[in-house]
Write a protein that binds this ligand. Structure first.
Ligand SMILES: *Cc1c(COP(=O)(O)O)cnc(C)c1O
Length: 704
């Protein structure tokens, strides 16, 4: 966080405790694995308790669960049915009113409704603030209509009275979330009734017969869903959002009186009483969940749910208590974020909200915000995530599963969203090749060839000491002043230190593979093999670097020897002498960010360029924002694709001035301080398709 925060502002400090001290400490015991981590991603996935997991383990290790379709398995079937009852009583209803269809999650429940709802030419209407999985239902309806939030409040506040004869059998389906997964807004459950009373027919020329699908995936995790009071036709939920475990399990609840609006076409194992193979004949099972649960249900996961319900009881936790507790935490955080200002008076956080967190009836426990710098610029989400993680706070960042709300709150133009969608873009500013390992780089102007072992000529040579081990700048600081120059017209490699220089052939001589000058060395524990480049250059190196017995090795080109060999060992030897993977990338903006944090007195010689050189990257990319590189999985340099393989952890090597070989405390000290000792800086990339001719060029666009 910026250091210039105004501290004299009175921060809201009013805390309301919902749980008693004993209860709170019992709860804390169940999550001892969190240690000091502050987990704030319960809307993404909540955490399972330790006792809950232990009970599941005991249950599964002591009982014999078998496939519920095997007739000998009444035990499993009963266990599953008991869970159906528990689910129903959890949402205050009974098997007379609702059926539970187990699904792989809320998304699957939504999809099932999309596939089976008899629209009969009717409309799919949905609130703009909806999960992506709801938008996917559009494929199944012939018409769809998005309702803006304000419009929904207007239209759904008064029921209509349409002439039922005009309906033509069209079925309309209205889908909305009980709680927004974006801003935590709770939408009125009274809408269920007004929709039933045809309020939406105000919007359509021909009246339709309306049903409601309530997406309760987000709501049910921290609220009491009360199906006694409100009776949507269909409800989707995911259990990991309520109990943390098991994942991959959700449910579609169907109001029994609305079952006939659904028609199942596909039938899978377990859903039919009888089916013929040659003729198109089958008799579905009579009970709706039996028809809808295709294949073998996830019976072990379903049985495990019981322990989720039980643990709430053990801890005396009711949904209402959870609701109030999480609301209070959110309210407290909201108030504090609102209050925080930079010293120039500008707000630190921009919050996206519909309510002012005044009532648990209209607001759930989700807070959505952006952070801003004193000059009003946004802090990118990668940076926020990075620092939250460093400080033991687990957050959710990005804008993924609710496109409508993203557009609404961030006031994004849909066309722009389409153009940019979550793409990280940048420009390749510099390409550096390090022909001799640990020596000065060659800055590439224009394009450079990629080979199967990295950039052409990158780390093809290395200097070894009298015992044959590769030397680095840690041992000989002056190495960075050794400048290799590739002279392609004369096919020579020239080495230069100050005014002294020496040349040798760029490619090994024809007879070089004779055993005489073939030798082994080690780079960071990995064995590498190479050819000795002779006495003349060895003596020159020793004289100019001031160490006895140095020799130059050129790495073997293993292509001929290892073609067709794909063992991991083979691949390792194929890698050039670079430390880890083939390419190291740094983001210029992250370096700039670091430089801005170095104390003035130490900044004297630390130009941005000097800092960039110390990180010894192959590619320097300008991503326009710091830290975005840390989250990329795939990078495209023009059309050449690279894969993320790891983060680069830094050591005192970055303290060596690459022009002079002198050592300083910075930038390591600041890096360590700012990143709490976790010195990740830069990412390693590798390429999958190593066949073909590829070139990479400075100035090319980079997409992640
Ligand atoms: C999480 C969520 C979903 C999707 O749930 P899955 O478990 O990913 O299938 C749908 N709607 C809302 C409101 C959610 O919060």
């Amino acid at each position: 966080m910026e250091k210039s925060l105004k501290t004299e502002n009175k921060i809201q400090n009013e805390k309301c405790y919902v749980y008693s001290k004993e209860q709170a400490s019992k709860i804390r015991c169940e999550f001892s694995r969190l240690k000091d981590l502050c987990y704030l991603d319960h809307a993404g996935a909540t955490l399972y308790s330790e006792k809950q997991l232990a009970n599941i383990f005991t249950d599964l290790s002591n009982n014999i669960y078998s496939n519920p379709h095997s007739h000998s398995s009444e035990f499993t079937k009963d266990a599953v049915d008991i869970v159906r009852y528990k689910v129903l009583s959890f949402v205050k209803t009974s098997p007379d009113q609702y059926s539970v269809i187990f699904t792989s999650g809320a998304t699957h429940a939504l999809k099932l409704i999309g596939e089976t709802f008899e629209f009969n030419g009717g409309t799919l209407a949905y609130l703009e603030d909806n999960h992506t999985s709801v938008l996917g239902m559009r494929k199944f309806a012939s018409n769809f209509r998005e309702l803006k939030v304000e419009e929904a409040f207007n239209v759904l506040s008064n029921p209509a009275d349409s002439n039922s004869e005009l309906r033509n059998g069209k079925n309309g389906l209205f889908v909305y979330p009980a709680q927004s997964n974006f801003a935590g807004t709770k939408y009125p459950l009274s809408w269920i009734k007004t929709v039933k009373c045809e309020a939406l027919n105000h919007l359509f020329a021909t009246p339709e017969n309306w049903y409601t699908l309530l997406d309760a995936a987000c709501f049910a995790s921290t609220n009491q869903l009360d199906l006694h009071q409100y009776q949507p036709d269909f409800i989707s939920i995911s259990f990991y959002k309520i109990f943390g475990y098991p994942t991959g399990l959700g449910a579609l609840l169907v109001k029994r009186s609305s079952e006939n609006a659904l028609t199942k076409t596909y039938f899978g194992g377990g859903t039919v009483l009888m089916a013929l193979s040659a003729q198109n004949v089958m008799i579905p099972k009579p009970i709706i969940y039996e028809q809808f649960e295709d294949g073998t249900i996830s019976f072990l996961s379903i049985s495990s749910l019981r322990h989720g319900f039980d643990i709430l009881q053990t801890l005396n936790l009711t949904p209402d208590l959870i609701s109030l507790h999480t609301f209070n935490v959110a309210k407290y955080t909201f108030a504090n974020l609102m209050e925080m200002h930079h010293s120039n008076g500008t707000a630190v956080a921009e919050l996206y909200h519909d309510t002012k967190f005044e009532s648990v009836k209209t607001q759930g426990s989700i807070i959505n915000f952006n952070l801003k710098r004193p000059n009003g610029n946004y802090v990118g989400y990668s940076e926020v995530l990075h620092f939250a993680n460093l400080n033991g706070v687990h957050l959710r960042t990005g804008c993924f599963c609710n496109p409508g709300a993203c557009q609404k709150y961030l006031k994004l133009d849909p066309d722009k969203v389409q153009n940019q969608f979550e793409e990280i873009t940048g420009k390749l500013v510099n390409i550096y090749v390090y022909p001799v390992k640990s020596c000065a780089p060659l800055a590439v102007k224009g394009s450079w060839k990629l080979t199967h072992i990295g950039l052409e000529y990158d780390r093809r040579w290395m200097i070894v000491n009298s015992s044959g081990a590769c030397v680095s700048q840690k041992k000989i600081g002056k190495l960075c002043t050794l400048k290799p120059i590739l002279d392609f017209s004369r096919k020579m490699l020239k080495l230069k230190i100050n005014d002294s220089e020496i040349s040798m052939p760029l490619e090994p001589e024809e007879n070089a593979s004779s055993n005489a000058n073939f030798c082994n060395s080690k780079v960071c524990g990995d064995k590498v093999q190479g050819f000795d480049c002779g006495n003349e250059v060895a003596e020159w190196l020793s004289a100019n670097l001031g160490e006895f017995g140095l020799r130059l090795l050129r790495q073997c080109d293993f292509t001929a020897h290892t073609s067709g060999r794909h063992s991991t060992q083979g691949e390792q030897t194929l890698m050039s002498l670079a430390n880890k993977a083939e390419y190291l990338v740094i983001n210029m903006r992250t370096a700039q960010w670091l430089r801005e944090r170095i104390p003035q007195d130490d900044l004297l010689c630390l130009t941005l360029e000097s800092i960039l050189l110390r990180f010894r990257a192959n590619f320097v990319v300008d991503f326009t924002e710091p830290f975005v590189e840390n989250d990329l999985a795939i990078l495209l340099f023009n059309d050449v694709a690279f894969k993320f393989t790891g983060h680069c952890r830094r050591c005192q090597m970055i303290c060596i001035d690459q022009e002079t070989g002198e050592k300083s405390k910075e930038p390591l000290r600041t890096l360590s301080k700012e990143l709490n000792g976790q010195m990740r800086f830069g990412i390693y990339l590798s390429r999958n398709d190593s066949l073909g001719q590829y070139y990479i060029e400075t100035g090319s666009s980079v997409k992640g």
